[in-house]
Ligand binder design. Structure first.
Ligand SMILES: *Cc1c(COP(=O)(O)O)cnc(C)c1O
Length: 425
């Protein structure tokens, strides 16, 4: 890898004083495509995927990219061409998979609130598995499938009651969470599902949270899930695949999550030790496949010195980069062309009329209006969570592949933002 690359960002590096993604200068991209602009490295995505593929070498395993992390068609195509399946959470995401050339047989459908229409669409497309999250959903899915003369393959999402030690909003596997079915009820629900003629039980799944940086919660959840598989099979319902969900964290600010291949070496050792090593395995990584593959470029509009704080006002905002406002999340912010001289401390903020519209707090920067900044770790849960708040069109996105640049999403115009609206008179 490039020796001057940024820690955790192997394909993003300063080359002769200019920040580059692979072989492309970011200042040039900002000039050509404007700002705010998301820039993704294809090599970074494939290298993140390769860590999982190495971890599963020689195993029966299906990697399903949890596409809510970044659902842009151009990103999905990269993963589809690399053989990935997809973890979807809506009919809209299914349509995107199909439009990007993904294989519907490798799609799993998660989420607590699937509508009948979405179930029908997914059955029609021939998806691989529904990850069902409640008894009520089992019954509705059974009826929908029967009415179409089909059988829906199902896995039950169980709640292992394990604390992933992450932000409460992205912690999903504890008692009191809206997700999954309680561990204690799982055997009953499986026996019920096995009796329904519109359903075919194929697996079990869990997903305990996101941005997990330790191995222990994964190991604990695995133990809990394997205990259940033993009980469910003793009750007469065979389980063909075991799906471990996603949740592996990335390095935002010195975080030290395990590498995917190292994590899987430990999880597979446990599966082997407990006699489950030859099962079909599934995983649903999102953030760890795309998060550190992307940056968001933004231009400095104004510097505003203050008595208590200095503000650096940039043209990207919480509608483009919602994670700081939503989770008090940290993103590194660095200049694409560093200047010589002393830095000052700024709060980096966007133009939106909310005090929550900050991108970074207390950052030492040496910048002038017109400079371009790169917000790092912007590949996951940024564009896919973006909005039009303050009637701001969504940013453009480009995919870099070596020295090639592909515009994968055009900048949204203001007209686009209100084209579905009607004046009442
Ligand atoms: C969000 C989600 C994932 C992906 O989580 P990451 O932390 O991005 O890896 C996987 N499975 C389910 C069910 C999810 O809701």
């Amino acid at each position: 890898m490039n020796p001057s690359s940024l820690p955790g960002h192997p394909f993003i590096a300063y080359q002769s004083g200019a920040l580059c993604v692979e072989q492309v200068r970011l200042s040039e991209l900002a000039r050509t495509h404007g700002t705010p602009l998301f820039v993704y490295s294809k090599a970074a995505m494939l290298s993140a995927l390769a860590a999982y593929q190495r971890g599963f070498a020689g195993r029966k395993a299906q990697i399903c990219y949890a596409m809510k992390a970044n659902s842009t068609l151009g990103v999905l195509q990269v993963f589809a061409q690399a053989g990935c399946g997809f973890d979807i959470v809506s009919g809209g995401e299914l349509a995107r998979v199909l439009a990007a050339g993904g294989d519907p047989a490798k799609v799993i459908f998660s989420g607590v609130g699937k509508t009948r229409t979405e179930m029908q669409q997914a059955l029609q497309a021939g998806i691989g598995c529904f990850n069902v999250e409640s008894a009520a959903e089992l019954d509705v899915l059974n009826k929908v499938a029967e009415s179409m003369g089909q059988q829906a393959c199902v896995s039950l999402r169980v709640n292992p009651n394990v604390d992933p030690k992450t932000h409460p909003y992205i912690s999903t596997g504890l008692k009191g969470s809206k997700f999954g079915v309680a561990h204690e009820q799982a055997v009953n629900f499986y026996q019920h599902a096995a009796r329904l003629r519109g359903l075919k039980v194929v697996g079990i799944d869990c997903h305990i949270g996101s941005q997990i940086t330790e191995v222990t919660p994964f190991l604990d959840a695995t133990d809990r899930m394997l205990d259940l598989v033993t009980q469910i099979e003793a009750a007469g319902v065979p389980i063909h695949h075991i799906d471990f969900g996603g949740g592996l964290g990335i390095n935002y600010n010195g975080d030290t999550p395990p590498e995917a291949d190292a994590l899987w070496a430990q999880l597979l050792a446990k599966l082997d030790a407990r006699g489950f090593g030859d099962r079909q395995l599934m995983i649903e990584p999102g953030r760890s496949l795309v998060g550190n593959s992307g940056v968001c470029l933004s231009e400095v509009l104004f510097l505003k010195p203050g008595e208590q704080k200095n503000f650096c006002i940039i043209d990207a905002a919480m509608n483009d980069l919602p994670r700081p406002a939503m989770y008090q999340a940290y993103h590194h912010i660095i200049p694409v062309h560093p200047r010589d001289g002393a830095a000052e401390v700024f709060d980096v903020v966007g133009p939106i009329c909310e005090s929550g519209d900050w991108i970074g707090r207390d950052r030492a920067l040496n910048v002038q209006p017109g400079d371009v900044l790169a917000v790092l770790s912007a590949g996951a849960y940024c564009m896919s969570m973006s909005s039009n708040y303050n009637t701001r069109g969504r940013a453009a996105e480009v995919l870099v592949d070596g020295d090639q640049v592909h515009l994968i999403r055009e900048r949204e115009s203001v007209l686009d933002t209100f084209k579905l609206e009607h004046l009442p008179i």
